[in-house]
Design a protein around this ligand. Structure first.
Ligand code: SER
Length: 323
């Protein structure tokens, strides 16, 4: 991996992954792909090349791959779960038609491809606790439908054409740099912003709703390490369970209150998000990722909370937002 195109480089994952790749592969070209209206700014713009890269425009993707001699594509364009329920056809277009565009370019131009899957690829029939790597995947959300199809299509391109496709099932991702939008797990980011701003948090998921969560540095490490892994040891490809922590709203609230004792939270359950969350696992088993490519997270709820609060205080209270 030396010349990389990140599609969705200004999103929650892309904004941090692009910077990490630029620091790691100093001699490579790491192209920040964006769509109009989501242009890169600041360090992301200044530290390397940027190109308009609409996943629904295969020709545009192919031209960028040629121009920069791209060997790896991180395909991060997606609508998250609650938005995808509202805009199912748009979600299908971005997640499926977009994916096939990327896979076709990768087949023709010999690129490796990383496309995230999610806890959302599971459904109500899946075992909730210690969800196995290989198990029932019958999701009931449009987001989940596209994620299972992403896994299958990516594996098909690997078996049929030898395209080097790899993927992880991300938990809810928590970060302080770029906000997520339209996801069921977004509350676990928003709760930290409310706490640091001194506001009461109105929680859209019910007490006792356990979900896998992960701090962004671990998520970025997973994406990079998997793409660098020796393919001889990969029994699975699309997609690996990865886990680091599982909590419900009360547990994250308690963790924050250890640092900000005056913080208050109340519940106002959003039925759409709650139904989605109720269909997802409580906690995935990530033994295959650990065995096949050495996955190991660095953060738990306590260490993440300390770091989130420190950085959000810098960002929100002093206005500094270093990368
Ligand atoms: N964070 C995503 C969502 O909530 C799940 O992968 O939609």
């Amino acid at each position: 991996m030396k010349n990389v195109l990140v599609i969705g480089a200004t999103g929650q994952i892309g904004s941090e992954l692009t910077m990490k790749l630029r620091k790691t592969y100093r001699h490579g070209r790491i192209v920040a792909g964006y769509i109009p209206g989501s242009e890169p700014k600041g360090d992301l713009l200044e530290s390397g090349p940027a190109e308009q890269a609409n996943v629904c425009n295969g020709k545009q993707i192919a031209e960028i791959v040629d121009k920069y001699d791209i060997d790896t594509i991180y395909n991060l364009a997606a609508l998250l779960s609650a938005t995808a329920e509202r805009l199912p056809l748009k979600a299908w277009d971005i997640q499926m038609n977009g994916l096939i565009n990327v896979l076709e370019v990768a087949r023709e131009k010999h690129c490796a491809v990383f496309t995230p899957s999610s806890i959302g690829s599971f459904g109500p029939d899946t075992p909730r606790d210690n969800t196995p790597q290989d198990t029932i995947q019958r999701p009931t959300s449009m987001y989940g439908v596209t994620k299972v199809a992403t896994e299958l299509l990516s594996d098909w391109y690997f078996h049929k054409y030898g395209v080097d496709t790899r993927s992880v099932r991300f938990p809810g991702l928590i970060s302080y740099k770029t906000l997520p939008g339209g996801g069921t797990t977004d509350y676990a980011v928003e709760i930290y912003y409310a706490a640091v701003k001194g506001e009461e948090f109105v929680c859209p998921l019910a007490h006792g709703t356990f979900l896998d969560m992960m701090y962004m540095p671990d998520a970025i490490k997973a994406a990079v390490n998997l793409m660098e892994a020796d393919p001889r040891y990969l029994v699975h490809r699309n997609s690996f369970n990865i886990a680091s922590m599982s909590f419900d709203p009360e547990e994250v609230y308690d963790a924050i209150r250890k640092h900000i004792p005056t913080f208050k939270m109340r519940y106002e359950v959003d039925p759409v998000r709650q139904a989605i969350a109720d269909s997802w696992p409580n906690k995935m088993d990530d033994v295959c990722a650990r065995k096949e490519w050495g996955w190991a997270p660095s953060y738990n709820l306590e260490t993440m909370t300390k770091d989130m609060i420190k950085h959000l205080k810098e960002k929100l209270l002093t206005g500094s937002n270093e990368q």
